[in-house]
Design a binder for this molecule. Structure first.
Ligand SMILES: [Zn+2]
Length: 214
């Protein structure tokens, strides 16, 4: 079984991918992990990727595809895998389709965790973190006992730049702009499984299980 999982930042995509991977004994493949392991292992592809990443640049499509293929060819995931964060662009998707076709394989499912943007904005912009002990809070869902102060160590809580409303809005815009073409691309090629992502982790996972036929 080969699955691509899509979901906006803050939609809980990584968590669901991990649960699905465990339940169906699939490899959970994230490009971030592949980049990191190649860089740590100082492989030729890893060295190339690092040149881009150290300058804060996106790793180009061709190199990303080469890294993913190399990873799949090295590991032979007999049961299949769930892709998290790849393919991200149409050139990546087309190249990956061709790769799968060359092995008489195809993408089986595209899971799309759907959450309204406002919901994600509330979820993310309410986060507060303690820079000293790493504890995390949410001003509505799990507030600290004393506003703005860490329960564990008494340090002042901060909002990370990544969680600020303007930053989240920009990331959501980018996400939608790059994801809609991917959804269109896979329609008719793979089974499209949109799921309501506003429930709890367990609820979302239960809906996914139902759709995957377990
Ligand atoms: Zn603390």
């Amino acid at each position: 079984m080969k699955i691509l999982i899509l979901g906006a930042p803050g939609a809980g995509k990584g968590t669901q991918a991990k649960l699905i991977a465990e339940k169906y004994q699939l490899a959970h493949i994230s490009t971030g992990d592949i980049f990191r392991s190649n860089i740590q292992g100082n492989t030729p592809l890893g060295q190339q990727a690092q040149q881009y990443m150290s300058q804060g640049l996106l790793v180009p499509d061709e190199l990303t595809i080469a890294l993913v293929k190399d990873y799949l060819e090295t590991n032979h995931f007999e049961n299949g895998y769930i892709l998290d964060g790849f393919p991200r662009t149409i050139p990546q998707a087309e190249s990956f389709d061709a790769y799968l076709a060359s092995k008489q394989e195809c993408m089986d499912y595209v899971i799309d965790i759907e959450i309204p943007d406002e919901f994600i904005l509330d979820r993310m912009s309410g986060r507060r973190v303690c820079t000293k002990c790493g504890a995390t809070y949410h001003i509505v869902n799990s507030p600290s006992k004393k506003e703005g102060i860490c329960d564990t160590c008494g340090t002042a809580l901060i909002q990370r730049e990544d969680d600020q409303a303007e930053t989240v809005k920009k990331r959501l815009e980018v996400y939608h702009a790059e994801t809609q073409p991917l959804i269109d691309h896979y329609k008719g090629k793979a089974k499209y499984l949109p799921v309501d992502g506003t429930g709890s982790v367990e609820e979302v996972f239960a809906s996914l299980n139902k759709m995957l036929g377990a």
